[in-house]
Design a protein around this ligand. Sequence first.
Ligand code: ADP
Length: 483
Amino acid sequence: MHPTRALPDESLASELLPPLLLALTMLATFTFGILLLVRYRADIWLYLIAAGLVLVVWAGAELLRRRRLRAAGAVVSYGLALLPLFSVASLGFISNPVPYLSALGVVAAGLLVGSAASLRVALHALLVLAVLLFAPGLVGQARLALELMLGFGLSMALLIIGVGVLSWVAAHHVRGTIAWALETAGKSERREAQLWHTQADLERTLRERDQLNDRLMHQSAELAAARASAETAYRSKASFMATMSHELRTPLNIIIGFSSAMVDHPEVYGDTPLPPAFLGDLSEIRRSGQHLLGLINDILDLARVEAGRLELNKIAMPLSPVLDEMLRTAQGLLKDRPVLLRREFQGNIPTVIADEVRVRQVLLNLVSNACKFTNVGEVAIGARAEACEVVIWVRDTGIGIADADQSRVFNQFEQVESADTRQHTGTGLGLSISRWLVDLHGGRIWLKSDLGKGSTFYFTLPRSQVSAEAPPKAHAPTLALIE
Ligand code: ADP
């Protein structure tokens, strides 16, 4: 809170008024004393002066109480300057020291009201003095009036003028100094207040920081606990999935093995040929078993990746043989569908640093998807070298994926719902696993697709530094029709 700063007049007046009022009270007492001791007679003038002084003291105190300092100063200085002069009416001019007290009123005006006020009060005092001096002249005592004028009047006038001028000059300087002192005090008070504010702000900020720190520590502890329990849950889930998948694979392999043997080599079970309905059901058992095995293998992979237990056996591997092998696989998958296979790479693709088994897995997933969702048109496999990596793609002119679904297909168990996709079997895990595997190699995987026109899936693998082969100059795919 800023203290209200007093004006020089107010501050000075408030400092000086109480002692002056005390002085006036003493003067009033003194006047009564003279009345009682020196002249011991009833003189109306002395009573009037004493009453005037009492009135001035009372009015000054009242105005001071109401904080009207300027008015209080004016009343007190006029009272002091004028009332003593009236003592000549009772005590006379000769040997009367009381009128000289007027000088005090002139000085008080300079200090309490303003430098110009001292001159004003001096002038008024002179006027009153002149009237008092001329009074005997008016009633016919001209000689007495002249004597008084030259003797007492002149010395009194000189005193009042001198004191008025001195007080004017002194008050001017004193007020300047007081104004400067008050200004300086005000500034230091403001600075102190500012400092106080800053300190309070600082303390509040420190308190807030401590509270935030506490909250942060609390949240960190909660986070650590949540993280620990999440990790435990994650590990339990991964280990559960790995165990379950492993346990399921053994009986499944038996189911697939026996059903294959019954379908492919029925003679092993005797000479009687199996009825066709039997064979149909057995084929369905084998197909479903294989689907289940694929799903379990995917889940096992995913569990291993998520548990951080999938280790890559990275080597510098040439890509062309794997891509050629994929073209042959695609050919088998497409069977006699009217789909053209395109080879969009040359033999001199730089080697990459990768786990061959996992690269094959990613490619197989992309190629089998392309074949699965393409009935006419073409499926292409391509690759091109870039500065630090090799970009590989699998392109098809199949059903395509709508823009809104494209970000979802890499999520686990995510399959785009459409009449076409429902016709195809799948787990919705292939692309998710592929993304994990490509990430583990330090590569990226993405797709471009137009609904109804086809899709292209791209992924990158880091180039091997040991490769001596130069990257192909042109990026234009080389077309090679396999069949
Ligand atoms: P799925 O085993 O179901 O094929 P994926 O993770 O490999 O699982 O694929 C997820 C989904 O992405 C598929 O079900 C299909 O809806 C969509 N998809 C993937 N590849 C293609 C493609 N080449 N053309 C159209 N849709 C595709």
